[in-house]
Design a protein around this ligand. Structure first.
Ligand code: GTP
Ligand code: MG
Length: 646
């Protein structure tokens, strides 16, 4: 039987928590579709995914692209970008209720993207409890209804296969191979009927005919269940749950078949993104990479097509098209709508851009949570480094490069240590860099009003220098900045020299006695003296600076430390841990509240010194199974505990 297909090229993105087995499933799916997957390392070693993998293949004659997304929260943006161009998400999760909260970010991401999703409960060979408990725990994390489509078939302690709840047929798993149909295990009748009734009941809300059947106590047939299930999935109201073990090839063909039936066509996904129908090619970039000698590659979804090599899209000429059969690049002259390919030489184009149509929806990069100051090991490489960092942030929009004049630092901001390390590793041989913790822009102020007199009198040969200045420095309320007041009367200092005094005072305030900019400071020029020949702007500027330096040192200077308003989001069980963490970092807890749009999650608000925030995200993740996140913004400057400057 050679299956003929009416399906166009479709795309499924594998997402889910770190280490749940996405890459193992990706490999198993390719294998099951007849493509050997190449993978660094051997099967059991978990190579933490830091980069997305792409492979095209075909299953039962249908063309597919699979995207294997990294699971680490630090690389979540890559997964969000993949979802923006995929037709369906496969959310790969652990078979452990205690780890269900780790699936929350992926579930939420699919909800936010509005993309249909299937859940794949992986590592079924390690299931300790019941699938029912796993489903219940996952449901608590999802706003979509989760519908179990299979129940495991156990013989003693071992899971040997599954029963499909719609067709009511049993299948026996075979190591590394397709499952085989088996006679229905009679011992499972009760459990199967119960699970099927639960599925039917969950779907009855959405389907009158099914509801009627249930009310009349008729057992619905497969079609009566399948119809509303498909509709609910397509509408993003429900996600089906399938079971398996990627490493043993259990449930992998079953997953393929579910994808085959349930995944929208590219035209439907394009319509979901409000792209009008048409024949002109439209592509969207979901990823940009530097591919060595091949130069820069823009990975795109072809929303509309066909697309030919050499075609011009929005003024950009396509310089090469690559497919990825089995994950390996292969050049091709033309691709069809729905394909996921890489395009060469689109120089002015960034990740997220749409070519050929107005911009289609694309996720904004997350706000940075971790930063490192970077500098070249060799000063000569400064310009090179600047250009290289720029490229990094073009490739990955969740990397931000900032220049801080105040601390003279170049700071690379992103989502965490691994994220920044992976980026800096990509700089590779181009330029060697050293990193350090970014400096915190401390300020200082004074706490006393001081009047000070300074006189400059220099006789160097013929022409001398003379200026006499009396000024007063005084503290201002927090946030007032710098103010210069001129109270000179009766021409003690001629008007023309006053601006020079004001500028010199402001200049001198840029570096106070503790070495930081002085803020919330008022400088009043109260008296002075001049010489008709020897006085000048320069002389008055020098005298003012002298007066300032001595006055500030005597005026009880104090360090001012930036304090940020921090809002930490965590699952409610971690709220006490988050509060302890913030308190431990000199934070003042303002309170906490349940997040209205995120059931089961709290937001803890606190005022925390900026100096304590550098690695907050790392510790927060460490204490919250990687789930905690935080937002922060500058709030105020507070008098420091003296000399704690970083
Ligand atoms: N017992 C068992 N282990 C599995 C199965 N599938 C994957 N694993 C193991 O789980 C670990 C993680 O697998 P990966 O496929 O690398 O996980 P991932 O989701 O791609 O991880 P990230 O990309 O880092 O998020 C590896 O040690 C695998 O051997 C399975 O079906 N059963
Ligand atoms: Mg992986």
């Amino acid at each position: 039987m050679s299956p003929t297909t009416t399906h166009g090229p479709r795309c499924a993105a594998l997402i889910g928590p770190y280490g749940s087995g996405k890459s193992a499933l990706f490999d198993a799916m390719l294998l099951a579709s007849g493509q050997a997957a190449r993978r660094a390392g051997n099967g059991r070693a978990h190579v933490a995914g830091t980069e997305l993998r792409v492979a095209s293949t075909s299953f039962l004659g249908d063309p597919w692209t699979l995207l294997d997304c990294p699971g680490s929260v630090e690389f979540a943006h890559a997964a969000a970008c993949a979802l923006a161009v995929a037709d369906i998400a496969v959310i790969v999760v652990e078979p452990d209720p205690a780890r269900a909260p780790m699936a929350a970010p992926a579930l939420r991401m699919a909800e936010e993207a509005g993309i249909p999703a299937l859940l794949f409960v992986n590592k079924l060979d390690t299931l300790a409890g019941t699938v029912r408990d796993v489903v219940e725990a996952l449901q608590a994390q999802s706003r979509r209804r989760l519908l179990l489509r299979q129940v495991p078939w156990r013989e003693g302690e071992r899971i040997v296969g599954y029963v499909d709840l719609i067709s009511e047929r049993a299948w026996r798993y075979r190591e590394g191979a397709a499952s085989e149909p088996a006679p229905f295990p009679e011992a499972m009748r009760g459990r199967e009927a119960e699970a099927r009734a639960a599925l039917a009941e969950a779907l009855a809300d959405a389907d009158d005919a099914l509801l009627e059947a249930l009310v009349e106590d008729r057992a619905p047939d497969a079609a009566a269940l399948y119809r509303p299930l498909h509709a609910e999935e397509a509408a993003g109201h429900a996600d089906a749950i399938l079971l398996g073990a990627a490493e043993h090839a259990f449930g992998v063909r079953r997953l393929w078949k579910a994808l085959r039936h349930d995944t929208p066509e590219v035209a439907e996904t394009a319509a979901r993104h409000a792209l009008a129908e048409g024949a002109d090619p439209v592509v969207q970039v979901y990823r940009t990479v530097q591919a060595g000698h091949a130069g820069r590659l823009s990975h795109v979804r072809v929303w509309r097509g066909p697309l030919k090599d050499g075609a011009t899209l929005d003024g950009q000429r396509v310089g090469g098209i690559w497919r990825f059969p089995g994950g390996e690049p292969a050049k091709t002259p033309e691709v069809a709508p729905g394909e996921v390919v890489a395009l060469g030489r689109l120089d002015g184009v960034a990740t997220g851009d749409t070519l050929g149509a107005p911009r289609l929806p694309f996720p904004a990069p997350p706000a940075p949570t971790y930063a490192l100051a970077v500098e070249p090991e060799d000063r000569k490489d400064e310009v090179k480094l600047g250009a290289a960092l720029q490229k990094l942030s073009e490739e990955d929009p969740s990397l931000i490069v900032a220049q801080y004049a105040e601390t003279s630092e170049t700071v690379l901001q992103g989502q965490g240590e691994q994220h920044l390390r992976a980026a800096l590793d990509r700089l590779g041989a181009t330029v060697k860099v050293a990193t350090h913790r970014p400096r915190v822009p401390f300020r200082e102020t004074i706490r006393q009003r001081i009047r000070h007199h300074a006189r400059l009198k220099r006789q160097t040969g013929g022409h001398g220098q003379f200026a006499d200045v009396t000024l007063e420095v005084a503290p201002l309320p927090r946030g007032e900045g710098f103010r210069f007041v001129d109270k000179i009367v009766g021409g003690a200092i001629p008007r023309k020299f006053i601006p020079a005094c004001g500028e010199a005072a402001e200049e001198a305030a840029k570096k106070g006695p503790l070495g930081n900019p002085v803020v919330d400071l008022e400088v009043t020029l109260v008296d002075g003296g001049f010489h008709s020949v020897d006085s000048s702007d320069m002389a008055f500027a020098t005298a003012t600076r002298m007066a300032m330096q001595e006055a500030l040192a005597k005026a009880d200077p104090v360090l001012l430390e930036p304090v940020e308003h921090v809002a930490v989001s965590v699952p409610a069980i971690f709220t006490p841990a988050a509060q302890r963490l913030l308190t431990g970092r000199r934070g003042q807890i303002l309170g906490y509240a349940e997040q209205p749009d995120r059931p089961g999650w709290d937001e803890v608000e606190a005022m925390v010194p900026a100096a304590e925030l550098h690695d907050l995200i790392l510790e927060l993740r460490g204490q919250t199974q990687g789930l905690g996140t935080y937002r922060h913004r500058f709030d105020h400057l507070a008098e420091g505990r003296g000399g704690r400057a970083a």
